[in-house]
Design a protein around this ligand. Structure first.
Ligand SMILES: *Cc1c(COP(=O)(O)O)cnc(C)c1O
Length: 290
């Protein structure tokens, strides 16, 4: 195998030829070349009682099975069934995300020139290829002084997801109702466990309208002009919820008044979900690991 190493300090080194050696992942693996690969993101939480809990793990396992089918990996329905596969579980300790000071609002860059997912594509599965191709847009967002990409879709600039999180808008809708809205699972949205849990909690509270609906940039701008936007946040396992304070769109900075509004709803979801995850509250969503 021809090998050339690179480092920031000294650039490309001399090329040399050496045997493959004892690599556990073959460099010709189709996962590296064609991204025939999938992943999951699930955490284990050490609770206030010292016990370890998983949060709705069957939802992750169901999603993993769906990703596997879409990636033509086992369990496979494809015609060319693979004869071998490798499952890694990387177990890395992470501190409690729910530490004070980590609840900082983020700024987003929204530009339709990059598209995260499309109808008939793989955006609704956790396949590696979805993420590698999004890094370039993420870098451009950072060059423009924003932290993450707000992914738009279609001629009408539908708001879909933020970075690798699902997106929620808490607002007074066009009909004057208090509404918590997130885009529907129409094939371009990743079905997040956190997303589903937030919808389930809000339905259960029954205090405001809960909708899976389309939201376009012009819907959002109209609502901002009429002071109807209350909170906007991303949702995912890593941070639970992440408040949004700014969107750069068509050269203009739109201010989202999430922090000025508490953020009440965002904080309520954060507290509720982390209470369940860390065992401060009993719930059948928490599965004890013995
Ligand atoms: C993983 C992921 C999410 C969040 O899913 P959770 O199950 O809540 O962690 C949202 N969007 C994308 C694109 C993702 O990859």
């Amino acid at each position: 195998m021809l090998t050339i190493e690179w480092s920031l300090a000294s650039g490309w080194e001399k090329p040399y030829i050496k045997p493959l050696g004892n690599l556990s992942l073959h460099p010709a693996s189709s996962s590296l070349h064609y991204a025939i690969e999938l992943f999951e993101g699930m955490k284990a939480y050490r609770g206030v009682d010292g016990k370890i809990r998983l949060f709705r793990p069957t939802l992750n396992m169901d999603r993993m099975a769906r990703s596997a089918i879409r990636a033509a990996l086992p369990p496979s329905l494809g015609v060319k069934k693979p004869t071998k596969a490798l499952l890694y579980v990387i177990m890395s300790p992470v501190g409690p995300y729910f530490a004070s000071g980590s609840f900082n609002p983020i700024s987003l860059w929204a530009d339709p020139k990059y598209v995260r997912a499309w109808k008939g594509g793989t955006g609704d599965c956790k396949l590696g290829g979805n993420y590698g191709s999004s890094i370039y847009a993420q870098q451009e967002a950072m060059e423009l002084g924003c932290q993450q990409v707000l992914w738009l879709y279609g001629e009408d600039h539908q708001i879909t997801e933020v970075g690798t999180m699902n997106l929620f808008l808490y607002w007074i809708n066009e009909d004057g109702e208090n509404e918590l809205a997130t885009p529907p699972l129409d094939g371009i949205i990743l079905p997040g466990v956190t997303r589903q849990s937030i919808l389930d909690l809000a339905q259960n509270w029954g205090e405001f309208k809960v909708s899976e609906r389309y939201i376009t940039m012009s819907d959002l701008i109209a609502a901002l002009e009429e002071n109807r936007v209350k909170e906007m946040f991303g949702a995912g396992t890593a941070c639970i919820v992440c408040p949004i304070s700014k969107i750069l769109y068509k050269g203009k900075h739109l201010h989202i008044p999430t922090m000025e509004n508490g953020p009440q709803i965002t904080t309520r979801f954060l507290n509720k979900l982390s209470d369940i995850q860390y065992g401060r509250e009993d719930s059948d969503w928490a599965v004890l690991v013995s």
